[in-house]
Design a binder for this molecule. Structure first.
Ligand SMILES: Nc1nc2c(ncn2[C@@H]2O[C@H](COP(=O)(O)OP(=O)(O)OP(=O)(O)O)[C@@H](O)[C@H]2O)c(=O)[nH]1
Ligand SMILES: [Mg+2]
Length: 437
């Protein structure tokens, strides 16, 4: 394979930038770049790097010898000063010695092709990089560093053992013997249950990292934008005492106690003849349907008004808060929470209420592994094949068909870890990677 290089850190001014280079022959290019080959494998060195125009930088260097590297190939990493000019100079110098720019995910793809990691581990690498809070890190980390591979191998072996026994039965009956091992049916059910409990311990990104969308709604001027800003901790939305200030839906991310939420501010609802405001109100009404939690912001208590907003929220969770308690009498018994966007009073309680609203069953259940839709589809096929094998044994259908079902189940496990794969599958997986990974 060719020698590829990539900037593994973002192309932005920073203290240090890191380049990765991998591929047979890369160390020859390195000798030209550092004018020598005095380095110990796996040790950190500081070396002068030269391009066609002279010295580029004195930079850190670690050299790896395949197969003891991330990719399984000879490779090296350079830790240079993180200036944009330095980065361009390195890129030029790498090209001059014949290195090619790596595609996204190239390094991990090579690691997979060189049997350094399995396919699902390669997928978990992306999930770990994409993780934006501790919960996501924990789940992605379990798939990457945990026992997922071991569990899959064990289940595949259990299926293999069953198939061997079924095939022995086939040979046996070919020899004219009538004996049938009744325990096979029970053992097959046990394996199927083991597979089912393994699957129950898996969660997809869609379900675990469900978007926590929060929409602030309420009458005009109730202080929605002020509550929005106070939640975020900065002035994102325009606040004014003119009713109908907010027209567009404004959104921002809120990080709280290792949770991430998307919070949306919206136009206050009222009868209006203003065309722009009317559009804003329509947008609010549409957004209510897409949200997970609707937070109604009110200045004072009116059952009919609150009920109206509650009914707009439909099946979505609805939290009703009183704002401006610094100038109004608190109505603790009528609202879920009383706050003042002006002073910040009540916001810790409000954030707790929000977090608890998202403490869904996904959070309560302890999942072992993060999986993808690809895995889910394979799980379905495996369970279907095992079910069909069970039925076949119970109904006394041909043992050849039962063996075939078990073979199909086994092949699903091979697809999971990447023993069986197509080029298009690899393309789908690695195209979502960032350059340099
Ligand atoms: N005293 C006090 N004033 C507040 C509080 N929150 C908001 N206000 C004031 O109420 C007025 C309206 O605030 P906004 O946050 O713009 O209200 P809004 O609900 O977004 O208004 P629209 O976008 O027009 O629907 C502004 O003058 C704010 O300064 C509060 O907690 N206490
Ligand atoms: Mg507003």
């Amino acid at each position: 394979m060719s020698v590829v290089f990539a900037l593994a850190t973002p192309p932005a001014k920073s203290a240090i930038c890191v380049f990765r280079v991998s591929g047979a022959g890369c160390l020859g290019g390195l000798s030209r770049l550092i004018k020598g080959s005095e380095y110990a494998i796996g040790s950190f060195h500081v070396k002068s790097f030269f391009g066609a125009t002279g010295l580029i930088d004195k930079a850190g260097l670690v050299v790896f010898r395949g197969p003891n590297s991330y990719t399984g190939e000879d490779s090296f990493e350079v830790y240079a000063h993180g200036g944009l000019g330095v980065m361009s100079s390195f890129v030029r110098a790498f090209r001059e010695v014949g290195f090619e720019e790596a595609a996204g995910g190239e390094f991990t793809k090579r690691a997979f092709l060189n049997n350094k990691i399995s396919l699902h581990e390669a997928e978990a690498v992306v999930d770990l990089i994409d993780a934006v809070d501790e919960k996501e890190v924990m789940l992605a980390g379990r798939s990457l560093f945990g026992d997922l591979s071991r569990d899959i191998v064990e289940l595949a072996e259990e299926v293999d053992l069953l198939r061997v026994r079924v095939e022995a039965e086939i040979d046996f009956s070919d020899e004219g013997n009538e004996y049938f091992d009744e325990s096979l049916i029970n053992d097959l059910l046990v394996v199927k249950n083991n597979v089912m409990s393994f699957i129950n311990g898996c969660v997809t990104k869609k379900n675990s990292f469900q978007k926590n969308n929060i929409l602030l709604v309420g009458p005009v001027n109730s202080g929605k934008s002020s509550v929005f800003n106070r939640l975020l901790g900065f002035e994102r939305a325009i606040v004014s005492d003119i009713p109908g200030t907010t027209r567009d839906i404004i959104s921002s991310e809120l990080f709280y106690e290792s949770n991430v939420f998307s919070v949306f501010d919206s136009a206050g609802l009222r009868e209006t003849k203003d065309v722009v405001e009317e559009t804003g109100i329509k947008n609010t009404l549409n957004e209510i349907k897409n949200t997970d939690l609707v937070v109604g912001v009110f200045e004072c208590y009116s059952k009919s008004v609150i009920d109206e907003f509650k009914s707009l929220a439909g099946d979505n969770k609805f939290v009703c808060i009183q704002n401006k308690v610094d100038i109004n009498i608190k109505k603790d018994d009528c609202f879920d929470c009383c706050v003042s966007a002006k002073t910040g009073e009540g916001f810790e309680v409000l954030k707790e209420i929000i977090v608890n609203c998202f403490n869904s069953k996904v959070d309560k259940k302890k999942y072992n592994y993060l999986v993808r839709e690809r895995h889910e589809n394979i799980f379905n096929e495996v369970v279907y094949s095992l079910g069909s094998a069970c039925k076949g044994l119970e109904q006394g259908t041909s043992l050849e068909l039962v063996a075939e079902d078990l073979k199909n189940a086994r092949s699903g496990f091979d697809e999971l870890v990447g023993k069986k794969f197509s080029d298009s599958l690899l393309g789908d997986i690695f195209n979502s990677y960032c350059i340099g990974k």
